[in-house]
Design a protein around this ligand. Sequence first.
Ligand code: PEP
Length: 254
Amino acid sequence: MNKAKRDVVIAGNWKMNKSPAEAKELITALKPLVADADCKVVICVPYTDLFVAVEETKGTNIKVGAENCHWEKSGAFTGEIAPQWLKEMGVEYCVIGHSERRQYFGETDKTVNLRTKAALEAGLKPIVCVGELKEERLADKTHEVLDTQMAGGFDGITAEQMADIIIAYEPVWAIGTGLTATDEQANEACAYIRSIIAAKYGQAVADAAVIQYGGSMNDANAAGLLAQTDVDGGLIGGASLVADKFAKVVAAAK
Ligand code: PEP
């Protein structure tokens, strides 16, 4: 399957930004700007913005995602949120294993795996983040890191389940830093991830897998990145907080 047959998904990751009132304002501005998008448009927002995001996007082409979920259905896990509750409120996607969660909140490949399986079981589409640190790239260990993260994060996930998963290749050195991977670096890493999927699940599953690039993608660099043969969209942080900038990234996904 060539790229033209895969979904292109542009997803915003708002991180810990926007109050519910600010979320409503941003979504109101965004709706008309992306109404004619040629790709899937997703906004992944803080838990406290989910209600307003689901309400405000009803009847539009914008889908809503959370930024994390727990792997249990309920219990003594203060501060955590169960995936089926997200589903119940109309959330469709869930970012899992973002590097900020790996860096600041003890997320591991094991917990990424547990969260991914729970999200799938609840009927959510996980956006699973993988990517190397700057020192790992400089030490030429990018492939090794991706091998490890993909083996751990996708342990026990079936070929059928792969159809509901998006993978976001996010080199940690490019997230929120203004440093973007070159078009070639992004494509090479996404193609490598596709080869890992092919080795585990077969070529057909790999060819159908949606693999995004994330890391300082914005209105100025999106067209080049999104034109790459193995880059099927983007996970956008900073630029997703400004309606006009995010809409321009969406428009670049032809
Ligand atoms: C992200 O939060 O996943 C991200 C890629 O952030 P930024 O676009 O700001 O680098």
